[in-house]
Design a protein around this ligand. Structure first.
Ligand SMILES: [Zn+2]
Length: 285
């Protein structure tokens, strides 16, 4: 399994699903001749992506960043339309580490779009239940409110079956929240109004998870914003702020969607100086 250390915290990528999404949608207004130099695409103009939750094994408990695409929420038609080629195998990943979903103490949700939140719940004997029954689930208040009362655009991605079974586990926050001594979340907006990022620090080492503000390493340019973003100018200013912070701090930037890289470091000139490749997926370009 792919893993890095942040001080004494073990960071491991779990298997949360795979999909092929339209390259144009993933790179917004960026012309194909530009983005196609940075990321592989297939004959249908789709790019390979993952939806892999990140496990943090900390002294204060086991945490997950986002939950994967789940196992039983999507019809075949839905999977075809969303380009989903594999669903989650999160409990299988956890068992390789000697853990079960019961051992997750905290879930940090960057946002609640279906490809991030469907792994929070599952069907059991015809009933929807929580996948991580012992976890406190952190999400921004704006995101939680929009999920329960989506607008005409966002109702396609905020699904009732992903929130109803976990209502009692959710802890919301406004601007930012210190989860533990080592872990913080900060509301950014941009991708969704309630989008948040995760900062992890132990000793001198920092992990910066920018969620869907930085879905892959190919989105390093602050202007390369997905067409899915509800508030692109907010995404741009938040990327400016947080990417330069991460570069100054020599932080690991981590990815939930990147097919090729789990984590990278960039220098002040934007040159990639360190990388953790996904096992068995060497970048072809
Ligand atoms: Zn996403």
């Amino acid at each position: 399994m792919d893993t890095i250390q942040i001080g004494e915290i073990s960071v491991t990528w779990l298997t949360g699903g795979r999909s092929n999404l339209d390259g144009g949608a993933m790179f917004g207004v960026v012309p194909k001749p530009l983005w196609s130099r940075k990321y592989e695409y297939n004959e249908q103009n789709q790019i390979p992506l993952r939806t892999d939750p990140i496990l943090l094994q900390t002294k204060d408990g086991n945490m997950l960043i986002d939950s994967g695409i789940g196992n039983d929420k999507m019809s075949d038609k839905m999977k075809r339309n969303q380009g989903v080629t594999a669903e989650s195998a999160v409990s299988e990943s956890l068992s390789k580490l000697g853990l079960t979903p019961q051992d997750i103490h905290i879930v940090l949700m960057t946002h609640l779009h279906f490809d991030h939140a469907s792994g929070l719940t599952k069907k059991e004997n015809g009933q929807l239940t929580s996948v991580f029954p012992n976890a406190r689930i952190y999400v921004s208040e704006v995101e939680w409110n929009e999920m329960r009362g989506p607008n005409i655009r966002s109702r396609n991605t905020y699904w009732r079956e992903n929130w109803e079974p976990i209502v009692n586990q959710v802890q919301t926050f406004q601007k930012d929240i210190r989860i533990t001594e080592q872990v913080r979340m900060v509301h950014t907006g941009g991708h969704s109004d309630g989008h948040a990022i995760v900062l992890v620090q132990d000793k001198e080492e920092i992990l910066l998870h920018l969620g869907d503000l930085l879905p892959t390493h190919a989105h390093q340019n602050v202007l390369w914003v997905m067409a899915y973003d509800d508030y692109p100018m907010t995404s741009i200013s938040q990327k400016q702020q947080w990417i330069s912070y991460g570069v100054e701090q020599k932080a690991w930037f981590t990815f939930y969607h990147d097919y090729y890289y789990r984590a990278v470091k960039w220098d002040r000139e934007g040159v990639l100086t360190e990388k953790v490749e996904a096992e068995g997926n060497k970048k072809p370009l």
